[in-house]
Design a binder for this molecule. Structure first.
Ligand code: SAH
Length: 377
């Protein structure tokens, strides 16, 4: 086939990894090909994890040559790979331009959760989160978001010591960044995770975690049925304003209204997970628990209590475990489902932001700042 001139003229080759089925169909149609090529190529990319167009044997040689000219399959580069004694595996991946992001695999019985990043750094400036200190560098492309799942799948597949046949059953956008501030790329990525021709994960198994960027949250409810986690962390605007500054723009009342609407928009029965970091003396009183129950009234909810991961100069301490347990009991008594997040991968001291800090230190031979702990641990 002849490559249409307009495609060859495009300044950059398109990375096929970040394209939804719909994107690929448009791409093939534009290239003068049949749309069904899209699902074929999608399977090669995300199920057979191909990086070489010549592996795509059900596609004509001609078309493969064309694809080489107008597109690429580019995956992130692994610069750090460590496994904790509890099986948690952490990777630092380097992107084009040198930026680094973190991806964490958490195996549990019967499931394997991959925690991925949506941005390099974060702009939200939550006071208890170490990524905030790193500031914001840039949004990830959809290919870079998908590339984390691609790479982790490939590494788990290739690992001959992977006797438990670990694989990715769940994906959570709880790594670096605020997914809803990178809306278009994140929407494409979650669509690809749930696409039958790609990773085929059910909508209950792909979770987007947000601090509550409201107009985008409302839009997400209309455009996707990805599972939702909301980083709530406080029950009054006063406290939430100080922990999650975006609350000053989108206060609790509006956030809860958007959550109610999100549930309404879902076709199937669903719930929202509310994340609540336990900070000693800040948000962990019995009164807070009672208020939390009130706040969540009418919303099918699960509350995930997260023991705070301390870091230097954070100014916060984790609530003592008996306080966390009492808080949980208080919620359960009122009929809420509440869990306490287990700390994972502690021995490799490799919580999200911290890990990137260490790799940066090594490569720069100097400490930029103490990169603290954060995120999924
Ligand atoms: N920006 C998104 C996703 C990234 S943060 C969001 O806000 O949801 C993923 C989760 O880790 C959030 O619930 C966040 O509040 C929590 N987190 C951040 N720093 C933490 C820390 N030091 N200890 C415990 N949890 C933390």
């Amino acid at each position: 086939m002849n490559v249409p001139v307009n495609l060859l003229d495009k300044p950059v080759k398109q990375n096929l990894l970040g394209m939804t089925l719909q994107d690929l169909e448009a791409f093939f149609t534009e290239a003068g090909e049949k749309a069904f090529r899209a699902s074929q190529v999608m399977k090669w990319l995300h199920q057979l994890l191909a990086t070489d167009f010549d592996e795509m044997t059900n596609i004509s040689k001609n078309l493969r040559e064309t694809l080489k000219q107008i597109s690429t399959i580019e995956v992130p580069e692994i610069v750090f790979d460590q496994t904790s004694t509890d099986g948690t595996r952490k990777w630092v991946m380097q992107l084009e331009g040198g930026n680094k992001i973190e991806t964490v695999y958490i195996p549990e019985s019967g499931r394997g959760t991959l925690c991925i990043s949506s941005q390099v750094g974060c702009a939200l400036d939550c006071s208890f989160c170490s990524t905030a200190r790193q500031g914001f560098s840039r949004n990830l492309t959809s290919a870079e978001i998908v590339g984390q799942v691609w790479m982790a799948s490939r590494l788990l597949n290739d690992d001959s010591s992977n006797k438990d046949e670990q694989r990715i059953t769940n994906v959570v956008l709880m790594g670096m960044g605020e997914p809803l501030l990178n809306y278009d790329n994140v929407l494409k990525a979650v669509t690809i995770f749930m696409e039958d021709n790609a990773y085929g994960l059910s909508k209950r198994r792909v979770t987007l975690s947000t601090s509550g960027v409201l107009p985008k949250l409302d839009l997400l409810g209309e455009q996707s049925d990805v599972a939702l986690a909301v980083s709530l962390h406080a029950v009054t605007d006063k406290v939430r304003d100080s922990l999650v500054p975006i609350n000053q723009k989108y206060p609790l009342k509006e956030l809860m209204a958007s959550c109610r609407q999100y549930i309404k928009n879902q076709k199937a029965k669903s719930h929202i997970t509310f994340e609540y970091v336990m900070l000693n003396g800040v948000n962990d009183s019995k009164e807070d628990a009672v208020k939390l129950v009130k706040l969540l009234k009418g919303i099918p909810s699960k509350v995930n209590l997260i023991p705070f991961n301390p870091f230097p100069d954070s100014g916060y301490e984790c609530s003592p475990m008996p306080v966390i347990k009492d808080f949980k009991e208080q919620l359960m008594k009122s009929g809420l489902i509440a869990t306490i997040r287990k700390t994972r991968g502690e021995d490799i001291d490799a919580a999200c932001g911290q890990l990137v800090g260490k790799v940066e230190d090594k490569s720069r031979r100097k400490r930029k700042f103490d990169q603290p702990r954060y995120g999924m641990n």
